[in-house]
Design a protein around this ligand. Structure first.
Ligand code: IMP
Ligand code: MG
Length: 186
């Protein structure tokens, strides 16, 4: 348990060392800024925020607390990376939406955009339902890792092409519960 204390500067996972990259305060401050921007832009609309599970659960929850306009939420669940640090290159839908999104304003909420495959897949699924508009907010973006031509409308932090954990992001399903973000050191 001691390993999961957020004040820790480092976390050891076997022989691998993860170091603190974004503190809880930095993350919260940036999310409140993103929320102000989104609230202002959507104040005359009733957007549906669509989170991509599992990774986005914590970001979605905190983002919602700072959004100060009326909105709705729903979730997609995609199959994960497996237990690896690199993407399988495949995406599978595990849980579909419940909301009727036709003619609605959609904001997709992601924890991290890496290759962009997941977002591209989710965007295509949403477009099939003919929404009025669709934008994407991601807490993290690895610009050097992008392989697909996608547009991200709101970005929390641009980070180097390195593996990160915490704040919803897992390594073999663990460490999602950390409130800070840690990066694998080389
Ligand atoms: P993409 O489809 O390659 O853009 O990958 C997106 C998904 O992979 C994210 O939603 C995460 O679930 C996962 N992912 C990508 N990079 C990382 C990372 O550094 N740590 C943990 N999960 C990651
Ligand atoms: Mg994810």
């Amino acid at each position: 348990m001691d390993q999961l204390k957020n004040s820790k500067k480092e976390i050891l996972v076997g022989a691998e060392k993860f170091v603190l990259m974004l503190t809880e305060n930095e993350i919260q401050k940036r999310i409140s800024e993103l929320a102000s921007e989104i609230s202002e832009e959507y104040k005359t609309k009733l957007p549906i925020f669509i989170g991509v599970l599992n990774g986005s659960f914590m970001f979605m929850s905190d983002l919602m607390k700072y959004i100060n306009i009326n909105c709705e939420i729903d979730f997609f669940k995609l199959s994960s990376y497996g237990d690896e640090k690199i993407s399988s290159g495949r995406v599978k839908l595990v849980k579909d939406l419940n909301a009727d999104i036709k003619d609605r304003h959609i904001i997709i909420v992601e924890d991290i955009v890496d290759s962009g495959l997941s977002i591209k897949y989710v965007e295509e699924l949403i477009q099939e339902h003919k929404p009025a508009s669709m934008k994407v907010v991601t807490l993290l973006l690895k610009p050097d890792s992008l392989k697909y031509d996608i547009k991200i409308d709101y970005i929390g932090f641009k980070i180097p092409n390195k593996f990160v954990i915490g704040y919803g992001l897992d390594y073999a399903q663990k460490y999602r519960n950390l409130s800070s973000i840690y990066v694998l050191s080389d």
